[in-house]
Design a protein around this ligand. Structure first.
Ligand SMILES: [Zn+2]
Length: 384
């Protein structure tokens, strides 16, 4: 037992070192004096790129918005650029009397605190979720009812909801006894960290320091409640409350707590909306998220830990993971969202993509069982 204990603590130390090294690499960019990008750095770009990015922003509310292209055109500043644009669109800077320098500093910190090495949980995912959130905030059912505070909190929560994500999941942090797991007592470990990090950056930037203390405190709490709602292990809880409200038709969006609940649901939808996008975008997200799972599996294999579900590249194919994710999480949630929007044109578009994409993954899984490697590349590209 002693020996086993020694091996275990040795493994724990190695994993800790590895994760802190990843963290160090990340932090060292700051130490080397590479300051976070701000939209100010756009002037370094070709006028042509700048023009194309600006043109894309004029269509930021359309569902086939290509966030990957936008991120390239803005030189990796998609999150900061998008947030500044949306804050202007809604007049939030004027409404909350925000200091532009502080706002840029805060958004730069958030963007920089995402790990660009993560295939999935990086600043482009945050920008993608923010863009989806904007589309949902514009839904006719919601738009008229939302206060500037609702919009501000919805966009802020979307932008920051995965900040400083380590690229591994909660069970991994628990079994390697990562300090975050003990700090947050093994519950909503990552989400609590995303929220507390956001609050830290809010205070460090002083973005809300001109507001009355009770108001900024309330904003921090609401941001927490929104970000914590993205914990997928609380899915059933949110689904049954949402269903109950829709069955009873008792949602009153004049009532602030009900608006907050719908903001939680909107953020949850935005966070898992990848399979509702057009195939070419959807496929890229699928590959990225599976790549991140497989990397965790490789780490677990390397340190003789049990390989987590969905993280074994040999056993869990991309199509199989996607079909499971769509069937158990995405489809049930968007069916209720569809009902809530009564259904809106956007909602119908999303359901259309969702069903087509699911069917496409099913065909790919079938082939997967036969001769995956040979036919996959051509199948991914051809129109089905
Ligand atoms: Zn996310």
């Amino acid at each position: 037992i002693d020996q086993q204990g020694a091996v275990e603590s040795g493994t724990r130390r190695k994993v800790k070192r590895l994760l802190s090294f990843q963290r160090y690499c990340h932090a060292s960019r700051l130490l080397r004096g590479l300051v976070p990008h701000t939209p100010g750095s756009l002037h370094l770009l070709d006028d042509d790129y700048l023009g194309q990015a600006a043109h894309m922003l004029s269509k930021v509310g359309t569902w086939n918005f290509d966030i990957f292209l936008f991120d390239r055109l803005t030189n990796g500043n998609s999150l900061v650029t998008l947030m500044c644009h949306l804050f202007n669109v809604y007049g939030l800077i004027h409404h909350f009397q925000l200091d532009m320098v502080k706002l840029h500093r805060f958004l730069g910190m958030v963007q920089e605190d995402y790990h660009s090495q993560n295939p999935y949980h990086n600043a482009v995912h945050a920008a993608d979720v923010t863009q989806a959130m904007y589309c949902y905030l514009k839904e006719p059912k919601l738009a008229e009812q939302l206060s500037p505070l609702d919009v501000f909190l919805g966009l802020m929560a979307a932008a920051a909801h995965d900040v400083d994500h380590p690229g591994v999941n909660q069970p991994f942090l628990i079994k390697t006894r990562h300090h975050l797991a003990s700090l947050y007592q093994n519950t909503s470990v990552l989400e609590s960290h995303h929220w507390r990090s956001t609050v830290g950056m809010l205070r460090e930037s002083g973005l809300l320091s001109h507001l009355p203390a009770n108001m900024s405190h309330d904003m921090e709490q609401q941001l927490g409640s929104l970000i914590l709602a993205t914990d997928i292990s609380r899915q059933n809880e949110f689904m049954s409350t949402f269903r109950e409200h829709l069955d009873n038709q008792d949602l009153d969006l004049q009532h602030a707590p009900h608006r907050h609940f719908i903001l939680q649901i909107s953020l949850k939808c935005a966070d898992v909306c990848n399979p509702c996008r057009v195939w070419e975008l959807s496929r890229q997200w699928s590959e990225r998220v599976c790549e991140e799972f497989y990397r965790q599996g490789d780490l677990e294999r390397k340190f003789d830990l049990e390989i987590s579900p969905l993280c074994n590249q040999q056993a869990d194919s991309v199509p199989a993971i996607q079909i499971g994710f769509i069937s158990y999480i995405v489809e049930p949630l968007f069916e209720e969202w569809h009902r809530f929007t009564e259904p809106s044109p956007l909602s119908q578009t999303m359901m259309g993509h969702l069903h087509k994409n699911k069917a496409r993954w099913s065909r790919l899984r079938h082939i997967n069982n036969c001769q995956f490697d040979k036919v996959l590349p051509s199948l991914l590209l051809c129109p089905l």
